[in-house]
Structures are given as C-alpha cells and as structure tokens.
Design a protein around this ligand. Structure first.
Ligand code: GLN
Length: 486
C-alpha cells in the first residue's frame, strides 16, 4: 500500500511507531496531488511549503519525545471558505480574489495545533451555493470515479481530494448538504455535525443559521478522529454549544444491537432513483441483521423543506453578502462611477457570479417590506414544524436512515441549465440543516459503477451514536474500501 492510499488512522499508527515520518507522509500526498490534479482540479491553491514545514516541526517534536496528538503529521485540506491567515481565501468567488485573511478560522487553528499538515485549499461552488462545484468562479472539479461527472458540491474539491488520495482528510461546510452530498457522489464518508458542535469563527458565512463545518474522510473511524480535534465550544463563536465533547474514537466501538432506527417514508419514495433506493434498503436489511429494529416513520412536514430552505438560506445570504461592497474589502470595479451606490452596484455586479446574484435577489425579495410575513416569516414557521417532525421521530428512534442523494453522480453540464433538477439534489439533506441535527453519509453500494451513499441522522449532539452505527456498518461491509482506478 502506498502512503496516500492509507486512512488517517493507519497513517497515525505508522507515524506513532516511527515507521514513517511526517515529512515522508506530507511529501507522498504532495506528489499524489502533482500527478492527479491536472485531471481533477480539486484545489484552488496548494500549500506544499506549509505542509512540509508543519510536518518537519512534528518530526522534530516526536524526536524530542514530546507528547503528540494522534493526528500529528497527518495531512489535511481545507475548503476555500475557511480563513487561512496570509493565504488566499476566495470562497470560490472572484469578489474575494486575492483576499488574504488576517486571521485563521478556529478549525484551521485546531488542526494546526493537532499537528496536521495543510496541503491546500479546495475548490467549491461560489459562496457554497450549488451541488456540483460547477458554480466555482475558477474551475470545475471532476469526480475521480468518472472524470465526465461532477463530484457534487459545494465541498466538491474536498470530496474529490479525499477520494483520489490527495489528502486523507478534508474539511468542508454543509448548509443544505454540501458535505454529505459530495461525499455520497464520491463514495466517501462525510459528517455534518449538529449546529453548534463546531465553531464557525473564520468561516465565510452563507446562511448563518444553517452553516456547519465538518469532515470528509475515507471511513467513519477517521471522521471520529478529526471530530475530536474540531468539536467543542469556543468564545469566538457564540453559537458554538458548551456541551461536553465525547471521545469519539472510543465511542465507535460500542454495541449497536437493540437500537431503533426509523426510515422516513418522505425520503425514500418519490424522486429517489429506484436503484439508489434498493442500495439503501439493502443497508437497512443489514442493520436488521445486526439486531437493530427498523421501521418506516411519517414526517409529513419535511416535504416542504426545499421551499423553506430557499427562502431562509437566500434571506440570510442576502444579508451576509452585503459586506462585499468593494470598499471595505472585495473586488472593486475599474469602471468610472457616478457615486458610491454606483460603485457598490458595479463592483458587486462584476464580482459575484450568476447563481450568487440570483440568490441575493431572491433573499432581498423575501425580506422586503410587504413580503416578509408572506415568505420569510411563514418559512420560519414551517421550519419549526419540520423540527417537530424530527423531535417526534427521535422520541422512539435512536437514529434515522435515508438516501443521501436521490441519484448517483451526474455528468458535468447535465443539470447546469436546469435549476430545479440541481436543487432536487439536496432533497434528502436539507431537512437535517433546517432541524439543526447531525447527518452522516456512509457509502452503501454502486449503481453504474458510481457510488451510492446512505444518510444516517441523529439526535442533536449525538454524533457519537451516528459514528457508532456508521462504523458498525463499515465493519460489516466493504463499500468504503473501494477506490477509483485513477
Ligand atoms: N446545494 C445547496 C445550495 O445550493 C446546499 C449547499 C450547501 O450546503 N452549502 O444551497
């Protein structure tokens, strides 16, 4: 096995036993990026010099007998909306081209303090708006399973990087499915933690009541390891929850028999490709064989998730993105302007891509006087009903199971001109963000040689339960060990 083919857990064992050095590991991933990036375009920017410097420091610390965390010397890639001090952070947008943040995101600091080597910043849909990474203002990332297909989005660069062995772990963000859906389309593991589990400080905001940072990894064990690094409350993010962080790696080994699972009928019927449904139902059967009781549950309000999401998310985005005015920061127009308002309009018109402009207009409309009650307020009320659907389902189920994406990876360009089809890609993942709970994608089969993923949903702050049931499934199956030929 080559170093870039190993999981983070396997790398950490070899590093701890000094079978390999952190510099060797970093170099192996840098070389792998060099030999595959032409085809994939996973990275917005690579940082080999940073990775090697961090790896060297870890090797020196280990040689000096210092106590190191388990992920010290393991490489990581960061989605390009996580602020990295002095290193360009574009959020996939021309409006932030050349922006070098003066500080690091909390999660970037935590990974660095854990001794992880940063190999680069990954490509994404502009401002995390999209499901295919085609909305990046810079490049389209390809799916390592089929270069004609999208990797999903918006964390498509992170998903492709982990799938192709360009990094053992990548961080992404998930506002409506942006970790789980690309993980599903690429056949890897992806966790959207509970809202508040991980700090959002230094994460470029899309929709602040929905955004959450989480990992994309080769398996559940690696997700448990990195969650122990990034989870926990911090004073810099008032919405990060002061709730004890379990030892996730220790928790994954627990027994799962006797647990009760629900399968929401609304997420397994209409709109899901039959072959995808069959893979997920086979996984449900597998869980039954492990002693978990599984039954269908009715969650009638989640049928309204998509319209609710596109009112709330666009409203929040319109407000968050008001800061890019070409004055305080962001692209500024070179054209002649009449006044300050003209400067704002021209700068923003040039800097934002079409999807972002569309969403700012939709959100502004939803928030405008006279329409606020009819749209935004109503959407908030339905959101509460969706939260209640989950509370009811979790009253007698420990976790829920559904497909993650209704289809396998689609071709580049196939849905680009069909906004409704593109938005339906998130039909199973969006309800989880609206409810603020945790969701985990686990690979569970193949259709036409492309990976299928199932989504496991858990009670708030019960990531440990989700990771345990995900790990138990991966102990019993080998879907997560399959790798594309490239
Ligand atoms: N695809 C959804 C959207 O376009 C979700 C994206 C996300 O989770 N950031 O908004």
């Amino acid at each position: 096995m080559k170093l870039y083919e190993l999981t983070a857990y396997e790398l950490s064992e070899r590093l701890a036993s000094k079978e390999t050095s952190a510099v060797e590991v970093a170099q192996a991933f840098i070389d792998r990026i060099d030999s595959t990036e032409d085809q994939l375009h996973s990275f917005m920017l690579t940082t080999p010099e940073v990775a090697l410097e961090q790896a060297k420091a870890v090797d020196e610390a280990r040689a000096a007998g210092e106590e190191l965390g388990p992920l010290a010397g393991v490489p990581i890639a960061h989605k390009d909306l996580l602020c990295t001090r002095g290193i360009q952070t574009t959020c996939g947008s021309k409006i932030l081209e050349g922006f070098r943040p003066p500080y690091d995101a909390d999660v970037v600091i935590k990974c660095r303090e854990a001794g992880m080597s940063m190999v680069g910043k990954t490509n994404m849909d502009e401002f995390a708006m999209g499901s295919s990474t085609e909305n990046s203002a810079y490049q389209i990332t390809r799916n390592p399973w089929d270069l004609d297909c999208v990797p999903g989005g918006s964390s498509g660069g992170s998903a492709a990087a982990v799938t192709a062995g360009q990094a053992p772990i990548a961080l992404g963000t998930d506002t409506g499915g942006s970790i789980r859906q690309p993980a599903s389309l690429c056949g890897i593991t992806g966790l959207k933690p509970t809202y508040g589990r991980v700090s959002r400080y230094g994460v470029v905001a899309y929709a602040s009541s929905l955004d959450q940072v989480g990992p994309l990894t080769r398996d559940v064990r690696d997700a448990a390891m990195i969650m122990s690094v990034i989870a926990g409350s911090v004073p810099s993010d008032a919405t990060s929850a002061d709730i004890a962080v379990p030892d996730y790696l220790a928790e994954i080994e627990g027994d799962v028999s006797g647990l009760r699972a629900g399968v929401p009928s609304q997420l397994i019927g209409e709109g899901i490709e039959p072959e995808v449904r069959d893979c997920v139902l086979a996984a449900v059967k597998q869980y039954e064989e492990m002693g978990i009781t599984c039954e269908e549950v009715e969650m009638p309000n989640i049928d309204y998730s998509l319209p609710v999401y596109y009112l709330i998310a666009t409203a929040e985005a319109a407000s968050n993105l008001a800061r890019y005015d070409g004055v305080r920061y962001g692209h500024r127009t070179d054209r002649a302007v009449d006044d300050i308002y003209d400067l704002f309009a021209k700068s923003r018109g040039e800097g934002f891509g079409p999807e972002v402009r569309l969403r700012i207009m939709l959100g502004t409309f939803a928030l405008s006087a006279g329409y606020y009650d009819a749209y935004y307020l109503k959407a908030q009320k339905v959101r509460t009903l969706i939260v209640q659907d989950f509370e009811n389902a979790f009253a007698d189920h420990d976790f829920l199971i559904s497909p993650t994406s209704p289809t396998v990876a689609f071709k580049v360009g196939e849905k680009a001109d069909d906004p409704l089809q593109m938005k339906l890609a998130d039909i199973c993942t969006i309800p989880i963000n609206l409810a603020g709970i945790a969701g985990l994608n686990v690979p569970c089969g193949f259709v036409d040689d492309l990976p299928v993923g199932m989504q496991l949903m858990g009670r708030p702050f019960e990531e440990d339960v989700l990771l345990r049931v995900g790990h138990a499934y991966q102990q019993a199956t080998d879907w997560h060990t399959k790798r594309p030929a490239m």
